[in-house]
Ligand binder design. Sequence first.
Ligand code: AMP
Ligand code: MG
Length: 457
Amino acid sequence: MPGASFLFWTIEVVVGTRLPGEGMASTIHSMSAGLLSYEAAAAQVTAYARKIRAGGCSTERAELAHAQGRVLARDLKADQDQPPFARSTRDGFACRAKDASAHKFLCIAVSTRAGEAPAGPVPPHSAWEIMTGAPVPSGANAVVMLEHVEKLADKAGELVRLASPRKIAAGENIVARGAQARKGDVLMPAGSVIGPAQIALAATCGYTALEVHMRPRVAILTTGDELVPVECKPGAGQIRNSNAPMLAALVAASGGEPWVLPAAADLKDALDAALSEAIEADFLLISGGVSAGKFDLVEPALARIGARFHFTGVRIQPGKPLVFGEVPRGGRSRGSGKAKSLPFFGLPGNPVSSAVTFLLFGTPVLAALAGGGAAGPRFAMAELAADTNRRTKPGLTRFLPAHCDFNPRAGKRARVETVPWQGSGDLAAFARSNCFLMVPEEVGSLKAGAMVSILLI
Ligand code: AMP
Ligand code: MG
């Protein structure tokens, strides 16, 4: 399982740098054997993410209604004991457990509704009617459920007793004051990603807004002479730019603020101009132009602005030409509030390759820049529904578009099936997928029934 082997990878990590020049891409991509394995590349990225996580980033206040997906910048502490009073978890009768377990009829003293102030004490041999969420009166140490009592009316009023042979122990159906947290306890550490549960917790502690990290601004630079904007009708040989909105969606879902730049042509000057603008971002994603083709000019353009390359190619499919590095900002970072260098990925242009490489390698860097904890690609285990019939050459870790049924019948495991596809440009197949089946490098094909790793989208 990827999560388990991550520990191992971090031991092997070697963060290398290289400076490619013009024409370097073709040398690199002709030598698959010299490329990093998926594990080694993931380890480098994880190590890099850990390094940048230490750097502080600016914060802002987010109203609870807009806090979903944000990253907490300061520890959140309990403003009072939780719960603030001993609370009944049932509708029923608060009493002494010893009295109830003796099965004697107890007279009903008073009644407490949720929202009423704590009261008591409960008179001897009495029961106190109580509603779920109401404070347990002093003197009582258990709440007998309404469903478990027998009632009797007599001249003195209504009587109740615990139906025989049931017994009740002290503390049953009561959450003691402070059982969940004590005033001042850290309930959520800085770096927590805020979701519905965290919003509820903040609300219960009286926070109407939370101090959160600013979202990192992620420049999305798509490249390619063939690209036209989505609203245009493509001419002969042209295609619509689908990577820009797709990457923007992926970035937003991972806590970044997408900054979509106009697509750049496969021309030296166009790339130089686009990169001089993109350098202002906190993180840069470039799509296209990193393969071995004659017009794949992204690496030389990055080299011209002083980029350091950590790796240029990974033994994965799709996504083999992936490039990872950083551009030092030099004196420009001083006083600008920006980090000393701009991390970037050169993602292969095929849409599925772009998506897979962002999910695998872009997410940990983005999470670190966003101030979050060890977030990264999300993997799960599922049972393979059918053999992967296509034997492909080993030596590449593959990520095949797949669909996982996460609602299996009772007692069954989540089952995953590959989605037939026509390669990494097949957006229709991608849209039918909800995960990628990971086929390890040394495995040619997988058999039905095997437990496999899936990368969640
Ligand atoms: P490249 O990585 O530039 O060699 O592009 C590989 C494939 O991805 C080519 O078929 C491109 O047309 C396609 N492609 C590149 N960029 C985009 C994009 N922004 N949107 C959709 N397809 C793209
Ligand atoms: Mg291209």
